[in-house]
Design a protein around this ligand. Structure first.
Ligand code: FAD
Ligand code: SF4
Ligand code: SF4
Length: 480
């Protein structure tokens, strides 16, 4: 093994090829090519097989990274895939969109020693894409069928991971989702240039082929009540994500041409599926030929600026109130956006939307500087007194999301939420204040990451299994 691994001294870190900025800015296909088999092997062989693998600590799923890197370096790809998929329900999706620089790769030992991290995400993607291509990823065939059932509200990463884990144990699983397709933000939030949609669709089809029922266009709280689901199923999981967009509080924010990020991204993703989208088709949510300003510095803002470029915007500017080093979005995505022609105005906070007869024409921004650190140690931005204007026909608000008022929506005041509206759970079981009702993903954590949604979904599924197993035992004893 030693000969095959530890190659970081001889083999430099490389990523899969990235398509040129000019070419990729004209379409919504992913920007990274797949690793060739030889390159994947060589990159995996750079791992030093640490006795204490920090990469694993940095992964929310505690993936057995050194093991599947070694197997990939040895060309044992089916085993690598089996190890990788034993802890992750969608490794090829995480490999594409986890912010690895802040998770597994950021703390890789050889990154810390200055040799450049092992490209863990790209290898993870390669292993599972290869498994799909080889036909190894098959529908789940549970060892035994159980009569008990679970109802899952939300077909995003948290709900899908839980559904898969429960089905593996033989439970009857129904997933209810307000949208017409599964995937949650994987489908309607994240654009195709980060995650092509057929990658998500094949996962959902596999779950359907595994016997999981999906009820789309079914908003719980409207079409069906939470109480009805509790009566129908033995356990219920709330995995509804967070969708209340934080608003822009400045003069002119109600002007025509000012849009919420998710409306904009959902319309674009729907067009990718070939759907009719009235607000896009009449031009309202289409950035073509417009000067676009996006306000925010997270992943959502990065997805908006890069979508606008692809729609043929005349100019795209991102305003963020802190500096580059302190933005929440991935540095990799900022670099991609810059290459594609996005202009960043760091340390800039919107003061007013400038309009003519109610139609947005620009943004007046205050120039900021970083002040004293706050209680969390983060430097707060403060105004310098200088302002400047940016012309805009379209302004996109990407300021983050809060939970919706679930106790009201579900007509269930006994469902406890915290002061931000996130559902309260007992973290050892993911159970909410309602017995038999569990919660996972963004609705528990606030806006987070796909990989944390998967982790929560898996944890909740395990607790639901334990509870249903105990119930089944208790009913058996009572019947004897
Ligand atoms: P969601 O994915 O939001 O899924 C919730 C599902 O519940 C939806 O399908 C919704 O229709 C359904 N639902 C809601 N209410 C109801 C109801 N009442 N009844 C029935 N169904 C309901 N994370 C990353 O790791 N990497 C990224 O690159 C990244 N990029 C992002 C880009 C954007 C634009 C956004 C908005 C987020 C991004 N994230 C990213 C975050 C990530 O998408 C989320 O953390 C993750 O999807 C949360 O999963 P979830 O299952 O909790 O919720
Ligand atoms: Fe890294 Fe994400 Fe994969 Fe974990 S799931 S190993 S954090 S890319
Ligand atoms: Fe390999 Fe880096 Fe993980 Fe160490 S920390 S086991 S070098 S991937």
């Amino acid at each position: 093994m030693a000969e095959r691994m530890l190659q970081f001294i001889h083999v430099p870190r490389t990523m899969p090829d990235k398509r040129g900025a000019k070419q990729r800015a004209t379409d919504f296909a992913e920007i990274y090519d797949a690793f060739a088999a030889d390159a994947a092997k060589a990159q995996a062989s750079r791992c030093s097989q640490c006795g204490v693998p920090f990469c694993q600590q940095g992964c929310p799923l505690q993936n057995n990274i050194p093991d599947w890197l070694r197997l990939a370096a040895e060309g044992r790809l089916e085993e690598a895939w089996r190890v990788s998929s034993s802890t992750n329900n969608m490794p090829e999706i995480c490999g594409r969109i986890c912010p690895q620089d802040r998770l597994c790769e950021g703390i890789c030992t050889i990154e810390q020693s200055g040799h450049g991290t092992v490209t863990i995400g790209s290898i993870e993607k390669y292993i599972t894409d290869n498994a799909w291509a080889e036909g190894w990823v098959e529908p789940i065939k549970p060892m035994r069928e159980r009569k008990q059932s679970a109802g899952i509200i939300g077909a995003g990463p948290a709900g899908l991971a839980a559904a898969e884990q429960l089905r593996r144990k033989g439970y009857q699983v129904t997933v209810y989702d307000a949208y017409d397709r599964g995937g949650g933000l994987l489908t309607y939030g994240i654009p195709g240039f980060k995650l092509e949609k057929d990658i998500v669709e094949r996962r959902i089809k596999r779950l359907q082929d595994s016997g999981i029922k999906f009820k789309f266009n079914t908003r719980v709280g409207k079409k069906v009540t939470l109480q009805k689901l509790r009566d129908t199923h033995d356990t219920v999981l709330i995995a509804t994500g967070v969708y209340a967009a934080k608003d822009l509080k400045c003069p002119g924010s109600g002007a025509d041409g000012v849009h919420a990020a998710l409306d904009y991204l959902t319309a674009s993703n729907r067009k990718g599926f070939g759907d009719a989208v009235a607000e896009f088709d009449v031009g309202t949510l289409d950035a073509n030929d417009k000067r676009v300003v996006v306000i925010g510095g997270g992943d959502t803002a990065m997805d908006c600026v890069r979508t606008a470029i692809r729609q043929g915007a005349k100019a795209v500017t991102c305003l963020y109130r802190r500096d580059r080093a302190n933005m929440p979005g991935s540095q990799r995505e900022v670099q991609n956006a810059e290459e594609e022609g996005v202009k960043f105005e760091w340390l800039a906070s919107p003061e007013a939307i400038l309009d003519t007869k109610g139609k947005a024409k620009g943004v007046r921004a205050a120039r900021m500087k970083l002040g004293e650190p706050d209680a969390s140690g983060r430097q707060s931005p403060v105004k310098t007194g200088e302002t400047f204007n940016v012309k805009a026909d379209m302004v996109i608000k990407a300021l983050g999301f809060d939970p919706e008022d679930l106790p009201a929506l579900f007509d269930e005041p006994a469902l406890s939420v915290n002061r931000w509206g996130a559902v309260k759970v007992d973290y050892s079981t993911m159970e909410t204040s309602l017995p038999g009702v569990y919660a996972a993903g963004d609705i528990v954590r606030g806006a987070s990451l796909v990989v944390w949604g998967i982790k929560d979904g898996r944890d909740a599924a395990e607790a639901m299994h334990q509870a249903m197993k105990q119930d089944a035992r208790a009913s058996k004893v009572a019947a004897e």
